[in-house]
Design a protein around this ligand. Sequence first.
Ligand SMILES: [Zn+2]
Ligand SMILES: [Zn+2]
Length: 245
Amino acid sequence: MLRSLLSPLQRRRARLVVRAILDAVAPPHCPACGGPSDGLCAPCRGRLERLPARGCARCGEPVGAGPGRGCTADHAPLRGLAARRAAWRYRGTGGDVVRALKFTGDPAALQLAARAVALRLRDLEPRPSRCALVPVPMHPRKRRRRGRDHAAWLAAEIGELTGARLLVGALRRVHDTVPQSDPRVTSRAANVAGAFAIARPRAVRGRRIVLVDDVSTSGATARECAAVLTAAGAARVTLLVAALG
Ligand SMILES: [Zn+2]
Ligand SMILES: [Zn+2]
C-alpha cells in the first residue's frame, strides 16, 4: 500500500531512513555469522562460493573455456524452465546468509542476497523492466506462523534494485506442504505435486516470468511452479535464487 503511494525518490529516501534506524538499533554485523563487521567478515567471505557471471546459459554452472568444453551439469532438473541463475552455492557462507534471511529476518542478509541476485537477474533478463518477478509462494498458514514470506521479501528488494515488476498473488500455494528438506519427504516432486495454482491468469498470460526463491535444491518446487505458469500461458519461465543446494 505504502509502496504505491510513494514516488521512487521518496521510497529511496524512506529506505535510507529505515537503514539509519536499523544501524542504530543493530550495529553493523556480518550477515552470515553475526560478528561485528560492516558487510561479510573476512572468514565468511572466504567461505562464500559465488557462481560465475558467465556460466552455462541454461543452468548458470561454470563451464570450461575452449571448443567442446560445454556444460556437463544435468539439465533434467530444469525441465519447464528456460534458464536458472543463482548467486551462490548453499554450502558455506551462502547457506548461512540464506538461513539468516529466512529464520531471523536479518535486513543485512536481505540486502546482501538481493544485491547479489539482482546482478544475476540481468544475466537472465537484459531488460528487467520487461519481466515479472513471481516469488515462490508460501502457504498463508505458514506465513502467519513465520510472520514473513522471505521469498516475497527478497523479490520485492530485487524489484527495487532492478526495476523489474513484482507480481505477488498471481501464483498461490494451495497445499501447506511439508518442507522439502524434511526427512519424512521421500519424493520432493510428489511432495509439491498439485501444491500451486494460478489465482490471476490474466496477469500471467504472455508474460516473461522470473520465479524467485531463496534456495533451490532438487528443483522440484520450481518445476511444479513453472508447469502451472506455463499452462496458464506464461511466455517464458526462469528461476532466480540466492543459493543453489
Ligand atoms: Zn562472518
Ligand atoms: Zn548447464
